[in-house]
Each structure stands twice: as C-alpha cells, then as structure tokens.
Design a protein around this ligand. Structure first.
Ligand SMILES: Nc1ncnc2c1ncn2[C@@H]1O[C@H](COP(=O)(O)OP(=O)(O)O)[C@@H](O)[C@H]1O
Ligand SMILES: N[C@@H](CC(=O)OP(=O)(O)O)C(=O)O
Length: 559
C-alpha cells in the first residue's frame, strides 16, 4: 500500500473530458485497511485523470454478511425491535470504529462521527415508527437500504480529505423523484437517460471545483423501488449511468478478484482469468449467479461506447477483464485465455427450488399451462428454468420467502406435486457458435461418472448457455468437474497443440520466410523478413484444434 500524503496533493491541470469513473464494491471498502488501499489507488489515478468514486455499502467479509444484507435482515425483523435495534447498533459501531481507526484529523473525524450517529439514529426512529404499522412499503425499504451507501460514501470522503485529497460526499438519494418519471416506462431508454442526466449534474459540479466526488451507489426514488426494479448490485448501474452522463473515458468496476474468471476463483482452483468478455456473456454469468456485474450496465455503458473494466484492488496495475460489446477479440485469445468457439465459464446459482406439477391433478384453476404461467406472473415469480411435457411441468425457481410459499401452497394440494428444496442451477456459459449438444453430453457424462444426480437439464432454449439442476450439496464439486472437463481439459489440449504447431511453424519459417507486408506496402520495396504472423498461426491452431475436438465429440455422441 502506498504512503498517503497528509498535505493537499499537487495535481496536474486536467483535460476536462478526461474523467475516470471508479466503482468500488462493498468488500473492496469493507475494512479500514481496504478503505486506505482504495484511497491510495485513487490518489495514483489522480496524477493522470479526474476521478469519480462510486461506493457500495461496506461488507467486511462477504456481501451476504455486509451492511446492505444486515439492513435487509433488520427490515425482515421489523416486528422485533430488539433484533432490528441490535443490528443497527452493530452497523453504527462498526462505521464509527473505522472512522476512529483511520481519520487522524480531529475536525474531520468529529464531523464524520456526527453524521454516522445522525444517519443511524434517524434510521432507528424511522424503523420504530413503521414497526407500529408492522409492514414496510417499497419506498421505506429503499430508504432503509440507502443508509448503507450513505454511511460508506460519507466516511470514505472523510478519509480522502484526511489524506489531503480534496473530496466531496455526494448523496444521490434525492437525485430523482417519482415525478421525474411520469409517463416514462420503467427501464426504457428515456428512464435511463433521465437517471444519467440527473446523476451527472452534481458530480460534474464537484469535478468543476477540482474535487473528487465520492458518490453513494444508492440512488433516488425510482418507480417500483430500487430493490425491485433494479435489484441488488445497483451500485454498478449507478456508476455506469454516471459514466454515461459525464461521457467518461472509462468505467472501472473494482473488486477483490483479479477480474472475471472461467468459474468462481474462490471455489474452483483451476479457474482462469478472462482478459475479455462479451457483454452478453457477462450478462448470462450474472443471471446464473456469478456476481460479476449488474446486467443493466451492459446496455448502458458498453452500448454508449464506454470501455468497462473489472479490476482488482489488490493488483491495481493488472489489466483485469475488459467487457466488450460483441465477441471476444483475436488478441484476447492468445496465450492461456479462452478461444471464441469454446465455453466461457461455469457458474452456479444457489438455493433453487424445484417444483414438479401434474396439471391433471391439481384442483385449483391452474389446470392449463397458460393459467399456471399467468399465476406465476400474478405472483411476481419469474421461473429460472421451465420444462414442459404434456400435462407435466417442472419449474426451477430462485424465488424465496413469502411469494414462493404462497405459490407452493396453491399448487401443492396433492401427492402428485413434488417440491425439492436446496437445489442449484449449474450453467455453462458459451458464445453463440459453440456446439451445445456436445457440451451438454460432456457435462452430463462427467456428472454421472461422479455420481452426481441431474434433476433437470436445459439445452437448446438459449444459444448462450447449457444449464442443469443438481443438489446444493454437490454444487461446488459439480462446478469443478464441469469446469475442468469442459474448459480446462480443452485448454490443456489446446496448449499442447499450440506448442506443437509453434515448433512446426518455426521450422517452416526458416525454410520459407513470410514477407513483411507492412513494409512492402509502405516503402514499395520487395524486402522480405522472417516475421511469424501471430493471427495466422492462431487461426491454424484453432482450425486444427476444432477438428480434434469434433472427432472427440463424435465419439461421445456415438456412445
Ligand atoms: N466467474 C467469476 N469470476 C470472478 N468472480 C466470481 C465469479 N463467480 C463468482 N465470483 C465471486 O464474485 C465475487 C466478486 O468479488 P467481490 O469483490 O467480492 O464483489 P463486490 O464487488 O460485490 O464486493 C467474489 O467473491 C468471487 O468469488
Ligand atoms: N450494497 C448494494 C449495492 C451493490 O452494488 O453492492 P456490491 O457493489 O457490493 O455488489 C448490495 O449489496 O446489493
């Protein structure tokens, strides 16, 4: 970690269009040490560009135990004031302890501690008031979770100030209001345009004063509520919209991992870093459980032509993963990364419930598939996977809590309806041109060879994934097996082939040199030089490799 100056930094004159938007995830700012590390990353960036920092709520270990998750837990216990007060006390004490540990300038520390106390005490009063009614509206839920980002952004702005970086806390809680969206459909282009314009205005004003804006990843009162309309991970979208509104030169999403991997690197020892990932692959990965990036970021930032990078707070100099609009480029496939016509990644989505329904036997009015789907829509449940055969329906749902139980009650009124809990969806994400049948075969083979029972399979419905359902218990083992079989094994074989073809090519080049066409065109000379042409070499490797793989596929399919 770099040593931070205590005196104001002597920074260069910036070009006003040169703005970098950096989003820091909850775990990246979850402790005093983590916040100091992020401060040093920002300080370094400031020597070459203007920086906007967008912060999530602090998560000291993992997101599921972080501030936002604790605030949601407090809401769920609105009828038990002892529990929710204890949770809020913990949050308050934690933020104060970080402020005291890091901020050594008394005046700044006192201001920050005051605002933490104000924020938390007002939340306690608010929750005690709604506890009387016993029910929380969507608007109230948004207010409750907003406290997570307000606390982290305010505290971090104080930390930057105490380190000599002129910064300003920007709270987007009131950036928009319901009135801004009258007659504007939710999630439409106009909806996002309103958000990006409203967010960019206060941020730009702060940049104009040569300060570092430290912005809450939580944003305003949007129709349908932030939690339901956008969902968790909303800070990514907030940062993307700010980047669009400011026409930033790059959006960086900072995490505790080196970038996007071929599988969760914390659970899959052989996972490899992807240098590039297409927007649709990133979207699929997120949908199937890898918290890579909020899916709406793709449409906003990537389509607006703003480069999006996933970077690691522990290795700030590394390039991380670049999210590109279409398929991954030639260069990203070099060395040990993944080829365009191979699967990209494996991911798991936990806590799935499987419901087998025999439409003939249910006594409710949902006797046809149409009425059943209508019922799901009415209950606001969107099934993750569906399989239908004549009168039988199999649903895989990630919905939990009251909504799920209500739906189960409706359909489970006889012994023919079977409910299996504690399942997970295992999905293999692929570019569109990959042979899904061969992959599904390899996936099922490796799972059955290792006695892992597959409860459901989805193949053919999407051209970017093959998915199956296994028990939660076997999820990590299943992910490792499928990852190693469908991604690593292919890579290892491709590496061997690359080595072999490289040797062959060197020999070929020695006998018959390849003309340096660049030189021929520019200087109109006929000079020839030995210059191995990388893309040509790789395309021949790919061709060769595909032939090999196809022959393996055939042998599997024939079995
Ligand atoms: N394919 C993947 N590539 C990278 N990280 C992944 C992948 N799948 C799951 N993850 C998990 O996503 C998390 C992202 O990093 P983290 O810094 O914890 O996120 P946040 O930004 O929410 O704080 C990590 O815990 C990592 O284990
Ligand atoms: N704090 C919010 C928003 C968010 O984006 O979080 P993170 O950046 O830590 O994934 C959440 O937990 O959903």
């Amino acid at each position: 970690m770099g040593i931070l100056l205590e005196e104001p930094l002597d920074l260069p004159e910036y070009n006003n269009s040169d703005v970098l938007v950096q989003k820091y995830g909850g775990t990246s700012v979850g402790t005093a040490k983590a916040m100091l590390n992020v401060a040093s990353i920002i300080k370094k960036s400031l020597y070459s560009t203007k920086v906007v920092a967008v912060l999530s709520a602090m998560s000291s270990h993992k997101k599921s135990e972080g501030t936002t998750s604790k605030l949601i837990q407090a809401m769920e216990n609105i009828n038990n004031s002892e529990i929710f007060t204890k949770i809020l006390d913990e949050i308050q004490e934690y933020h104060i302890s970080i402020a005291k540990e890091v901020i050594k300038k008394e005046e700044i520390l006192n201001n920050i501690v005051d605002s933490i106390n104000k924020e938390c005490n007002s939340l306690k009063r608010f929750m005690s008031a709604i506890a009387v009614v016993g029910e929380i509206s969507a608007k109230s839920k948004d207010f409750i979770i907003s406290v997570g980002e307000k606390l982290s952004a305010n505290l971090f702005a104080g930390i930057l100030q105490s380190k000599g970086i002129d910064s300003e806390y920007i709270n987007l809680e009131h950036a928009v209001s319901y009135e801004d969206f009258s007659n504007v459909p939710n999630l439409s282009d106009e909806f996002f345009q309103i958000l990006s314009e409203k967010f960019a205005a206060p941020v730009q004003a702060c940049l104009n004063q040569n300060k570092v804006p430290v912005v809450t990843g939580f944003f305003g009162l949007i129709p349908g509520s932030l939690l339901t309309t956008i969902g968790r991970g909303y800070t990514d979208l907030c940062a993307a919209l700010i980047a669009v509104g400011l026409k930033a030169r790059e959006l960086q999403i900072w995490k505790e991992v080196d970038g996007v991997f071929t599988a969760d690197p914390r659970k899959t020892p052989k996972a490899k870093l992807l240098k590039e990932l297409s927007a649709s692959e990133a979207e699929e990965l997120t949908f199937f459980g890898s918290e890579v990036i909020h899916p709406y970021v793709m449409k906003q930032a990537v389509l607006a032509g703003i480069p999006v990078k996933i970077k690691c707070v522990f290795n700030p100099e590394d390039q991380g993963t670049l999210i590109v609009l279409n398929s991954r480029s030639e260069d990203s496939k070099s060395e040990d990364t993944i080829y365009e016509n191979e699967p990209t990644a494996v991911t798991i989505k936990d806590n799935v419930t499987l419901i087998h329904i025999d439409l003939n036997t249910i006594s409710s009015s949902n006797r046809t598939i149409y009425s059943l789907l209508h019922q799901l829509e009415k209950d606001g449940i969107s099934p993750d996977l569906v399989s239908i055969s004549q009168q039988k329906v199999l649903l895989a749902l990630t919905e939990t809590g009251h909504k799920l139980e209500k739906f189960i009650k409706l359909v489970k009124n006889n012994e023919y309806t079977l409910v299996k809990r504690n399942m997970c969806i295992l999905a293999l994400i692929t570019p569109p041109n990959v042979d899904k049948l061969a992959l599904a075969t390899r996936m099922l083979n490796v799972l059955s060879e290792n006695n892992i029972n597959v409860e459901m399979i989805s193949h053919g419905a999407s051209n970017t994934n093959v998915a199956c359902v296994v028990s939660n218990e076997s999820s990590i083992k299943a992910m490792q097996l499928v990852h190693d079989e469908c991604i690593i094994e292919s890579l290892e074989r491709s590496d061997e082939l690359k080595k072999k073809l490289f040797e062959d090519e060197i020999t070929t080049n020695e006998i018959s040199p390849i003309p340096n066409t660049e030189k021929v065109l520019n200087n109109q000379t006929t000079e020839t030089k030995i210059k191995p042409v990388k893309s040509k070499r790789f395309s021949s490797i790919r061709k060769f490799f595909n032939l090999k793989r196809n022959s393996k596929r055939n042998s599997i399919e024939v079995k």
